[in-house]
Design a protein around this ligand. Structure first.
Ligand SMILES: [Zn+2]
Length: 397
């Protein structure tokens, strides 16, 4: 039998006035694994039974339906399983407290630095859901999740959620996924449409250190871009092109080009349409297109083609969040200096003329990142301001 206990819960019980507490045993049926908790889990799993926690090894009076016993006696912990009227003692492992949970990443990432960072993720689809989980694994301690969508069948192949999550708000499902990696993460949930709730969006953006812009359409990205500019916050935008043949990532750093400058400079690439409802709402699929034809226009790529783009967004976020602090990721500051990155998965459509990977030398090929500097654009609807332009002068690229 493999048994797990929570250090945080045991400490709380040890410091409480109670001598005995009946908690919960969650057992993965037929797998010989049990997790013992003093408090009920929000999302229970397995077969649930009782577990008696007591502060004295002599406190063995029988409680009905309780198979598991945990004794804490002056720092000494014993776990017992009631078998045929007797107690069989078993070994256990501890889920560490907050300070120790990420000690393994110490030296690689300054966990202490990231623990105090607050990241907003706008859009929890195939991009946002993966990025949320990756950032929590890296040690980011606080999140604001914004998405009004629910988990649907057509999402599952590219989403981190499971069949059991069908119908749930993505904000709730991703909260559970993140807490499953880091139970000490602080999470704020906003199941709302940012285009219709500008004030709320502004409040959210104003409170965070960095914004991951992972919505699936340009109108919402312009709304985000405006909020980033107004509050001078760093934002990382990512998207996939049709059927995820490739994708790009744009970083907004206050004072540099904004998303609108980027679109004005390089044009709007043909993007993936992943969601008919959203594409109709934004006019990408015109109203006169029948449901059958619209179905053919919804073209999604493989999750494996989305992942490299998400990974770049995560790396860029970590570099921005740990800037100025000594950490293992600091060396990437010398590499990730651009504000625009382009990636191709296949030699299709806009990448048809790219070179075959073997022997391509310096010619552009698939599965390599290409960085570029996008300059601020005169007359940009969001960030252009003649006086500001004059002040910045030569710093404009
Ligand atoms: Zn601009």
């Amino acid at each position: 039998m493999i048994v797990y206990l929570s250090q945080k819960e045991l400490d709380a019980f040890d410091q409480s006035k109670e001598d005995v507490l009946v908690g919960y045993a969650y057992e993965w049926e037929g797998e010989g694994v049990v997790h013992l908790h003093t408090q009920p889990l929000t999302h229970a799993f397995g077969q649930i039974s009782g577990c008696k926690f007591s502060k004295s090894a002599f406190c063995t009076d029988v409680v009905e339906d309780v198979r598991w016993l945990v004794f804490i006696d002056e720092g000494c912990i014993k776990v017992g399983l009631r078998v045929d009227g007797g107690i069989q003692y078993v070994g256990f492992q501890m889920i560490p407290s907050k300070e120790n949970l990420y000690s393994r990443s110490k030296g690689i990432l300054e966990v202490g630095v990231l623990q105090n960072k607050h990241v907003a993720i706008i859009g929890l689809g195939s991009f946002g859901s993966q990025i949320a989980i990756e950032l929590s694994k890296s040690g980011v301690g606080e999140f604001s999740f914004v998405d009004f969508d629910r988990v649907e069948l057509h999402n599952l192949a590219r989403h981190t959620c499971f069949i059991k999550d069908l119908g749930r708000l993505k904000t709730d499902a991703i909260e559970e996924a993140v807490l499953g990696k880091n139970p000490y993460a602080k999470i704020h949930k906003y199941p709302l449409d940012i285009s219709k709730n500008r004030m709320e969006l502004e409040t959210i953006v104003s409170h965070v250190d960095l914004v991951i812009c992972a919505t699936d359409n340009n109108p919402s990205r312009f709304v985000l871009s405006q909020a980033l500019f107004d509050f001078q916050k760093i934002g990382i935008f990512g998207r996939a092109f049709t059927r995820a043949e490739g994708g790009d990532v744009f970083v907004y750093r206050p004072g540099q080009a904004c998303y609108s400058c980027m679109v004005g400079n390089i044009g709007v690439a043909q993007e993936e349409i992943t969601n008919e409802a959203s594409a109709r709402q934004n006019g990408v699929i015109p109203a006169y297109v029948s449901a059958q034809d619209a179905d053919a226009m919804v073209q999604v790529g493989l999750s494996a083609d989305i992942e490299p783009i998400c990974n770049m967004m995560v790396k860029l976020a970590l570099v921005e969040l740990s800037k100025g602090e000594a950490s293992g990721i600091s060396c990437l500051e010398d590499e990730l200096v651009y504000n625009y990155y382009l990636w191709a998965n296949r030699r299709e459509r806009k990448f048809t003329n790219w070179h075959v990977l073997p022997g391509a030398g310096p010619m552009p090929t698939i599965m390599r990142w290409y960085g570029a500097h996008i300059s601020r654009r005169e007359g940009c609807a969001i960030c252009s301001d003649d006086e500001i332009l004059l002040d910045i002068g030569d710093n404009l690229e």
